[in-house]
Design a protein. Structure first.
Length: 337
C-alpha cells in the first residue's frame, strides 16, 4: 500500500525537521511522538480509521476538536497536558503548510485552534527549614545515603530539571574555583550553574569514593542506580519520596507529597526571597522568557500578603456607630447627582 501524505509528512517532521532543522531536544521529540501515538489510537478506537488510512484531509479542525475532548474526558488528561498535545499539533501543521501550500487554508484552521485557559496553579515549594530537614534524612554512614544526599543537594543547589540532573556526566562537574556544573536543558542549550561550597564538598567526596575521577570515566553518568546504569526520572522520584516519608515521621514541615520539580521551584523562591534579581534567576533556571520566571515573583507577593495579614494588628475599633442611622448623611448622599 502506498504511504499516505500524513505518514510521509509525520516521518519527515519527527526524523528530519525537528532534530536537524529545529535542533529540538530528544525529550521534545518524544513528547511530540507520544502526541501522534495518541492521535493514531484515537483514530483507531473512536473513529474506526486504521493508521494506514489517516490522511491530511481527515485531520480537520473538527477532528482535532473531538480529539482534544477525548483527551480530557476519556483519557482524563489535565488542561496543561491537553495544551501540550495541541502545541505539538500546531507545530506539525506549521511545518506541513510550508511543505504543501495548496492546503494552506485547511491547515491554518487547525493552527487557529486556541489553547484552553486553565486556572493559575500555585507554585509549590518548600521552605528553607523544610528543605534543610529533607537534606538531613539520608544516612551519611553508608554509600547509598551519601549518594542520595549528594543527588538532592545538586538538584536543589542547581535548580536543575530532573532530566538535566540525570543527564549530568562526570565531565560536566568542574570543582576547581569557580565551581560549576554544566547543565544541558531544553533545546540542547547548555548553561553553567555555580555551586555552593557545601555541595562542592559533597561532590568531591562522592566522585572520589566512587572512583569517578579517572580520565576514561569522564563520559560516565554522575548518578547511577544499583546496576550502575544512569538513573531514571522514576528512580529520582523514588529517592525523594523515601526521604519525604522519613522526614514526616518527626515533623510536618515537609508536605506529604514532594515532587522532583519542587526542588527547582524552592531554589527559585529562595533566591527571590534573598533579593536576587529576576533576570539572574531566569538565566540560572535556563528560562527563555522572563515571563516564565515571573511566576515566582507573583507567588512570593502572595506569600508576603498572607504574612502581612497574619501579623497586622487590629487597629480599627469594631465598636463604631452605624453610619446608616445618620439620616441627614443618607439624605445628602441620595441627593448627589
Amino acid at each position: 500500500m502506498k504511504p499516505t501524505d500524513f505518514a510521509q509528512h509525520l516521518t519527515e517532521f519527527l526524523s528530519v525537521y525537528l532534530p536537524s532543522q529545529k535542533n529540538v531536544s530528544k525529550n521534545t521529540i518524544r513528547s511530540y511522538r507520544d502526541t501522534f501515538k495518541l492521535l493514531i489510537k484515537y483514530c483507531q478506537e473512536t473513529k474506526r480509521i486504521p493508521a494506514e488510512r489517516i490522511t491530511m484531509e481527515v485531520l480537520s479542525r473538527e477532528f482535532f476538536t473531538g480529539f482534544l475532548e477525548w483527551l480530557e474526558n476519556d483519557r482524563k488528561c489535565s488542561i496543561s497536558t491537553r495544551n501540550q498535545r495541541l502545541a505539538a499539533i500546531h507545530s506539525f501543521f506549521r511545518y506541513v503548510q510550508a511543505e504543501e501550500p495548496s492546503g494552506l487554508f485547511h491547515f491554518q484552521k487547525v493552527i487557529a485552534i486556541p489553547s484552553k485557559k486553565a486556572k493559575k496553579t500555585v507554585v509549590e515549594h518548600l521552605t528553607p527549614e523544610a528543605m534543610k530537614l529533607l537534606l538531613e534524612q539520608p544516612d551519611r554512614n553508608c554509600l547509598k545515603g551519601r549518594r542520595d544526599l549528594t543527588l538532592m543537594s545538586v538538584l536543589y543547589d542547581t535548580g536543575a530539571r530532573v532530566q538535566e540532573l540525570i543527564d549530568i556526566k562526570v565531565r560536566d562537574v568542574i570543582l576547581e574555583a569557580p565551581s560549576v556544573i554544566v547543565l544541558t536543558g531544553k533545546g540542547n542549550k547548555t548553561r553553567r550553574v555555580p555551586l555552593m561550597k557545601n555541595t562542592v564538598s559533597l561532590l568531591e567526596r562522592y566522585i572520589f569514593e566512587n572512583k569517578l575521577n579517572k580520565p576514561w570515566k569522564s563520559e560516565y553518568p554522575l548518578f547511577t542506580n544499583n546496576q550502575h546504569n544512569k538513573l531514571t526520572k522514576e528512580g529520582v522520584a523514588y529517592i525523594i519520596s523515601k526521604y519525604v516519608a522519613s522526614a514526616r515521621k518527626t515533623s510536618t514541615l515537609v508536605p506529604p507529597k514532594v515532587n522532583v520539580h519542587m526542588f527547582r521551584h524552592s531554589k527559585a523562591m529562595h533566591l527571590l526571597q534573598a533579593g536576587v534579581n529576576l533576570i539572574y534567576i531566569r538565566d540560572f533556571l535556563g528560562h527563555v522568557d522572563l515571563k516564565t520566571t515571573e511566576i515566582y515573583a507573583r507567588a512570593d507577593t502572595e506569600t508576603k500578603r498572607k504574612a502581612i495579614e497574619n501579623a497586622y494588628p487590629d487597629l480599627i475599633d469594631n465598636n463604631l456607630p452605624d453610619w446608616s442611622k445618620d439620616q441627614a448623611l443618607l439624605s445628602w448622599l441620595s441627593e448627589l447627582k
